[in-house]
Design a protein around this ligand. Sequence first.
Ligand code: ASP
Length: 463
Amino acid sequence: MATFADDDSAISRTLFPMKKDGLITALILVGLVAGAILGQLLHGGAVDPVGTGESWMSLGKLVLVRPLMLLVLPLVFLSVIVGVTSIGDPSRLGIVGGSTLLYYFATMLAAVVLGAVLVTAIAPGAGLPEEAVASLQSQGLAEYEENTGLKGAMGTASEKGLGGAWMNILEQVIPSNFFAELANGRTLGVIVFALLLGLALAAIGPAGEPAIATLRSLFDGTMRLVLWVLWLTPIGVFLLVTGTVAKIGLNALWGPLGAYMLTVLLGLGIHAFVTLPGVLAVFSRANPYKFMFQMRKALLTAFGTDSSSATLPVTIETAIDDGGCSRRSANFVLPLGATVNMDGTALYEAVAVVFMFQLWGIPLELGDLVIVVVTATLAAVGAAGIPSAGLVTMVIVVTAVNTSLAGRGIEPLPLEAIGVIIGVDRILDMCRTTVNVWGDAVGAKLVTRLAPDDEDALEKAAG
Ligand code: ASP
């Protein structure tokens, strides 16, 4: 049987030739468009609705999200070890890791500042007729009460506040039980352990080689599983999009929340089509739009599944096979990115929070906006790559701004205000998840220059 363990540049060519690659993208697109159309028909009641959007979404989760999620943690563990051991030299790894983190924080900050500027300039929550505001507020409060799951999660996040969010991140960075990290899906803890183990295996020289070879072949085997699961993407995306649109309806864009949604979408658009391509063009010789096209399978999967974590297997496969990213870079940068780098979420949180304050008529000063920028970045880092995670961690931002307002004796924003945006969140979540994954991919492409697969080029890059 053929083994791909030593064929680093093309894990999958024989199973997944270019022609089939095109076919799968076309099928995903068909699933997406068909889902949007059917969803809209179901939403308007034009065809007999089979249950609510929820049942379509549950089916979509069964078909696509669960199989992908099954692969995520093994892949994170194996991918980081393979990445770290192939980069080898710890000082080289320090440069790669440092640049990666710098890129993550700089782009998240750029996204969140853009969001804060746009929402302040457009002011989608200000100037609405009084009755519209009153009805939005009461609908929002009812929605919040109904959503018991989210309500619980938000309550906990608010109680723990900013300190709790830091503590949660720190506890993952210093894990105490590897299996507990795995069992609880705490990806950051798994990454940290894989990183340390990878460094140790590289440090023991020949004694580490058998383990490294085994882990590499396990990684390649898991990637083969990813390719199989990829065939489920079109149908999964179809079901998930049908469910989402059936529930929310595309006409939400023209409703009272339309201006808010368009502000988020405009920000995401600018970040995805201007800022990130600009960064890529300046710091690497790659054509950013060509790269975006090469990454289409991962971007469409992110849009459909609403989860950067579930998309991670596809992101790694696409970045290496289609996007020309080195395995050294993709294996290391993408798992970390899917966990901490969330440009779309950061931007969205800034817009959403300021919008709610506008709707409740609470004026924010420049200092409050700075708090929004800082805490939204942290909240995005703390958000897991799963649907609605950004909605929950947003509570941290609201609580921080409320504390600052309390210092000036201003009435705080009730947490229940988040109910106003819950209803339309899924559509925005699909878009911000796509931007999150795009940001990770751009990072992998940039770091490819620092950690190319070619040994000679690596020496050169090392100076
Ligand atoms: N769904 C997003 C992701 O998976 C996280 C969020 O913003 O809710 O990247």
